[in-house]
Ligand binder design. Structure first.
Ligand SMILES: [Zn+2]
Length: 118
């Protein structure tokens, strides 16, 4: 299905140029624009909104695009009362995201163990 990368309209097969803006239509929008789950990978799950938001902010400041997927917004009912929040990154960022999360967890642990910081 051709899509205009500019207007985000989908067109029927056979149309190659957007009639609105003259942009060449593409088969798929890049993952920044539209969620294509096959290109994203879950690197972290948590039950806490604040934790997901905090990690998202940290990863984004490291230049990694993050998407938060929460079962609360999903059409799939959660199996149980615990709603799991998933942190997704693009597959090419997965390794650096996992490294970053490990480093981040380590720094949290060392902060907690070093109480006498004065
Ligand atoms: Zn267009």
């Amino acid at each position: 299905m051709p899509i205009c990368p500019d207007c985000k309209y989908e067109y029927v097969n056979g149309i190659t140029v957007c009639p609105d803006c003259g942009e060449d239509l593409v088969d798929e929008l890049p993952p920044e624009i539209i969620l294509n789950e096959a290109d994203w990978i879950v690197v972290y799950t948590t039950a806490f909104d604040y934790e997901a938001e905090m990690l998202k902010g940290n990863l984004e400041s490291a230049g990694i695009s993050v998407m938060i997927l929460s079962q609360k917004d999903s059409s799939f009912p959660a199996p149980g009362d615990l709603s799991i929040i998933k942190l997704l990154v693009k597959k090419e960022d997965a390794d650096s995201a996992v490294n970053f999360l490990n480093e981040f967890k380590k720094s949290l642990e060392s902060e907690n163990s070093e109480d006498e910081s004065e």
